[in-house]
Design a protein around this ligand. Sequence first.
Ligand code: BES
Ligand code: MN
Ligand code: ZN
Length: 501
Amino acid sequence: MPITASLSSSAPAKVNADVLAVPVFAGRVLGPGGKAVDAAAGGTLDAFMTEAGFEGKAEETLAVPAGKLNAKAVLLVGVGDKKAVSVNGLRRAAAAVVRRSPKAKTIATTLLDTVPPGGDRIGAAQAVAEGAALGAYKFLRYKKGDAPALEKLTLLGKKDDKIAQALDRGVAVAGAVALARDLVNEPAGAMTPSQLAEEARRAAEDGGLDIEVLDEVEIANQGLGGLLGVSLGSDQPPRLVKLTYTPKGKVAGTVALVGKGITFDSGGLSLKTADGMETMKTDMSGAAAVIGAMSVLRAAGVQTKVIAFVPTTENMPGGRAIKPGDVLKIRNGKTVEVLNTDAEGRLILADGLSLAAEEKPDAVIDLATLTGACVVALGMKIAGLMGNDDPWIGQVRDAAERAGESVWHLPLPQEYRKDLDSEIADLKNITGGRGGGALTAGLFLSEFTGDIPWVHLDIAGPARASGDDGYIAKGGTGFGVRTLVEVLSTFEKPKAGAGKK
Ligand code: BES
Ligand code: MN
Ligand code: ZN
């Protein structure tokens, strides 16, 4: 259910909501609105907090009597150290409030007034809206269960058009994240490549985008040998989706996106273990992030032209499947010896990146659940970031930081490049067990980007959550959507060759 978020200058004591959420700083220091609540509770708040052992630590919550307030219930929410209140901390606090109030249709809160003077109130407003909306996310398509009832979030604070806009933006971005989560959480049996293309079509209609979809015949005719090769072991036909967002008015530049859309990764003939493929419907998370982000660019008023490519197929071991040792020819003419059919993501991305480079954009980003090695290196919450241009890497990294998505810059060491040399083709698709698998996958991709500034995000870890955590729900996370919307909203052309590596 989409929520609305708005600003109101009502006093906390007067506000009419199912839940009034009031922040408390670490050490039980009542935050904005705290005095009014304490007065209504007859000055008993400190005793309540002490008795419950509530300290005001980040995301702690405590329900207290509403006393003479107009709101039906009051929830204290910890926001941690007063001097260290962060935008992402508020995103998490808002989610904590919603999770603790599953029946509340209307929630009012003074959270925004915890932002220290001179702090980023606009970023915080967007984050609170995102946190509340995403905290209410559940995937209930195949299971009866109560989705949080939240319909309306009211932030108490001075009237301010910029803040109101930021709230709208937060709700819209959360909707894009929820779309990506839905696409990922849908079982692979339903979210086939052709269905994913249909979902992209719907997103294009709703989001004012142009769309082209290539079928298996056109994929072959266009020389997309990586995508076609991977698709051969499956009865489901592959698709290549191209989405284009053209802003009205002044354009800051052109960015191309590529998202890995393996709707199920069995490994192909280099078959995964049963455990290894349990979550492999998640292997189209890069595609989902790209479609999610594209869907909201118009609503977010982005002034960058964006061209997105989503190569999508299953990776299956059917009778026509590619075999270890087969050679595929990628769109840009390079040949690849496929020694492990489970290293399939880089094969379809190679075609996607080649198409992206042909558009001569100012910069490229790809997102992919590419390597288990990246999960080993950085764990489940941090994406690996690699690239060929320092200023562009910097822009994407800063945008991720502002969006509250963790990324870590990893190298593309040229000294490992020879490990990808093949005896019979331009490249092979694996290196043999010498470690550094996230980096050599990145090096492989760099063969298809031409000399365009490019960033690769390996989201194999953070694309999926193993449990609820703040505004993240178990399952698909929609990781990458917020970073993409942020970087496209603030895009500046990387200066030609300035930081080339
Ligand atoms: N989709 C997987 C990567 C993956 C693993 C994503 C775990 C999320 C969680 C990818 O296609 C893959 O199988 N990669 C192989 C590469 C190897 C064969 C070089 C891997 O990481 O084991
Ligand atoms: Mn694989
Ligand atoms: Zn894969």
